[in-house]
Each structure stands twice: as C-alpha cells, then as structure tokens.
Design a protein around this ligand. Structure first.
Ligand code: AMP
Length: 218
C-alpha cells in the first residue's frame, strides 16, 4: 500500500489515514505530527518550522521533502506507507514521484477527503488534543468524558495553536492556493479517488474501505 491522503485541514485525512494504517499494519507518515513534535522538543527543525506552523503557512518544500526522504528510508517503509499531509504543493508531489521512481516504486492511490468549508471550520476550531499522548477529541463531535481531560491518559487537553479561528482561515486559504491544485495533478495521472469526508469517523472509514476494496487495493 502506497497511499496519499489529501484534503483540506480538518477534512479528517489524518484520522482516516490512522485507521487504515492500524487496520493494515502500515506505517503512517504525518509531516504535521513530525513538525509539531520537533517544535515541542525545540530541535533545530522545530525552531525553523515554528513560525510557519503558528501562522498556518507551509514549511519550505525542501524541509518537508527532507523529512519524508528520511522517513521513507526507514526499513518499516520498505513495503508500503501512508502519507498524511504530504505532498502539499506541486513541487512536493514532483519530488515524491522522483523519489519513488528512484526506489522502483509508485503510488497506488491518492484519496482526496472532501468536506464542506463550514464543516471543516467547525471541526478545526472545536478540536482539542492531549498534551501528553496527542490523542485528539472534539468539544462537540467527540467529547472527552471529563471536559479538558484526556480519556486515554488523563493528560490536559489543549487547542492546537493553529486551530484558533484566525489561523484556520489562513490555513484554508493556503490550502486553496497551494494544495488544491494537487487534486487535478493526481486526477490527470489517474491516481485520484474522491471521498465524501462528512459524517461520523466510522462512517467515513467504511467509505474508505469500500473504495479501496473496489480498486482491489485492500
Ligand atoms: P497538519 O497537521 O497536516 O495540518 O500540518 C500542520 C502544519 O504543519 C501546516 O499548517 C504546515 O505549517 C506544516 N506542514 C505539514 N505538512 C506540510 C507539508 N507537506 N508542507 C509544508 N508544510 C507542512
């Protein structure tokens, strides 16, 4: 399985990629998670990326391509991987294609998770994640048993700095300008499958599974 999960911020691509990854025992590579961890740990990468993340801007292509190259070189990615949040620009997609070519591999499918804008805004601004274990909740759609406390580990739930309303608007316009062109890019290469990402997590997951099995990919 060599898949890309594409979609606007808040479309649920990370959640769906995670479910597919654990069901089929494939590694999931999320550039957003890697960058956030680097920011938390104040590594050189984190210090370089922090301002972009805080403002909802994209980290430079060369930086994220470097991250993905390193990850894909790990033995666990030899037989397959799911990419979540990468590529996000045409340049990144071209670099990915070149990297896979050099490994004698190609993408099997790009799943575009589509959700209306108002739903995306509601999902993002209500999202809360655990400071300790990074589990994700939503104040209305997937609330924790006790407000502000992680069900899984008891850690404190906080809002991602880039999920604040002002930054969400910036991220959505970055998506429209820089990432949305990838939909046509992959459609022209006959790799794109569109998927309705509205509704409950489990419903969307069933749609993902249906689509993969229709394509003979799972
Ligand atoms: P995400 O968790 O996928 O929404 O990513 C959070 C933030 O990380 C984005 O708003 C960007 O600042 C940065 N980021 C993640 N993936 C990429 C990428 N492929 N290219 C550039 N920046 C990225």
């Amino acid at each position: 399985m060599r898949f890309v999960f594409l979609g606007a911020p808040g479309a649920g691509k990370g959640t769906q990629a995670e479910l597919v990854a654990s069901r089929f025992h494939q590694p999931k590579i999320s550039t957003g998670d890697i960058l956030r961890e680097a920011v938390r740990n104040k590594t050189a990468l984190g210090l370089q990326a922090k301002a972009c993340l805080d403002q909802g801007k994209l980290v430079p292509d060369a930086v994220v391509v470097g991250i993905v190259k390193e990850k894909l070189a790990e033995p666990m990615c030899a037989k397959g991987f799911l990419l979540d949040g990468f590529p996000r620009t045409i340049r990144q997609a071209e670099e990915l294609a070149e990297l896979l070519r050099s490994r004698g591999e190609r993408l099997d499918r790009v799943l575009n998770v589509v959700v209306p804008r108002d739903v995306v805004i509601r999902r993002l601004t209500g999202r809360r994640s655990c400071l300790k274990c990074q589990a994700v909740f939503h104040v209305e759609l997937n609330p924790p048993r006790r407000a502000g406390i992680c069900d899984r580990c008891g850690g404190e739930l906080v809002q991602r700095s880039d999920d604040k309303t002002e930054t969400v608007e910036a991220r959505l316009s970055v998506y429209e300008q820089q990432t949305a062109p990838l939909v046509d890019y992959y459609r022209q290469r006959d790799l794109l499958s569109e998927l309705d990402g509205s509704g409950r997590i489990e419903e969307v997951h069933q749609r993902v599974l249906g689509l993969l099995s229709a394509k003979g990919l799972a």
